[in-house]
Ligand binder design. Structure first.
Ligand code: CUA
Length: 161
């Protein structure tokens, strides 16, 4: 008598799992080109030429146009984050930080160690996500997608000041 109930329950659970995976894949973090106004031409990115990709022409930290918080444009490439690796990214505490991250060559990852800030970084696409750091601190940035022989060296620093 209870078999049908259990069968239905487990079926529901399976559907829920699949739903979670699908949401994780197409939900936050993986933004399609142009969704956020940060248009980027995948060919241009692949060539490492940002002249026509406005927001990524000069990656870095910018005041948001609405006057609140900052926008950070980051390009990931084998095997560095620009900015982040050569010089730390500096963002203010207590303000909304909008990250826009793209990849110039192959798929990379962007993870702030010890936090839930985590995104895939796909060539030709811009991953956009908002983070508010309540306190000052320093975070390591790590690439969590295998991207080549130097993958394990691909890291950076983010300073909340
Ligand atoms: Cu970039 Cu692993």
């Amino acid at each position: 008598r209870f078999e049908k109930l259990w069968f239905g329950a487990s079926l529901l659970l399976i559907v829920a799992f699949i739903g979670t995976i699908v949401y994780g894949a197409v939900g936050p973090g993986v933004a399609m080109v142009g969704d956020d106004g940060g248009t980027i031409d995948s060919d241009v990115v692949a060539n490492g030429n940002y002249d026509q990709a406005d927001n990524f022409r000069a990656p870095g930290v910018y005041e948001s146009s609405d006057g609140e918080g900052v926008d950070v444009y980051i390009v990931a490439r084998q095997y560095l984050f620009d900015p982040g690796t050569a010089q730390p990214i500096e963002v203010p505490a207590g303000e909304e930080v909008t990250f826009h991250v793209t990849a110039a060559d192959v798929t990379h990852g962007f993870n702030l160690a010890g936090t839930n800030v985590n995104s895939m970084v796909i060539p030709g696409q811009v991953a956009t996500f908002d983070v508010t750091f309540e306190e000052t601190g320093e975070y390591g940035i790590v690439c969590h997608e295998y991207c080549g022989s130097g993958h394990h060296t691909m890291a950076g620093q983010l300073h909340v000041v």
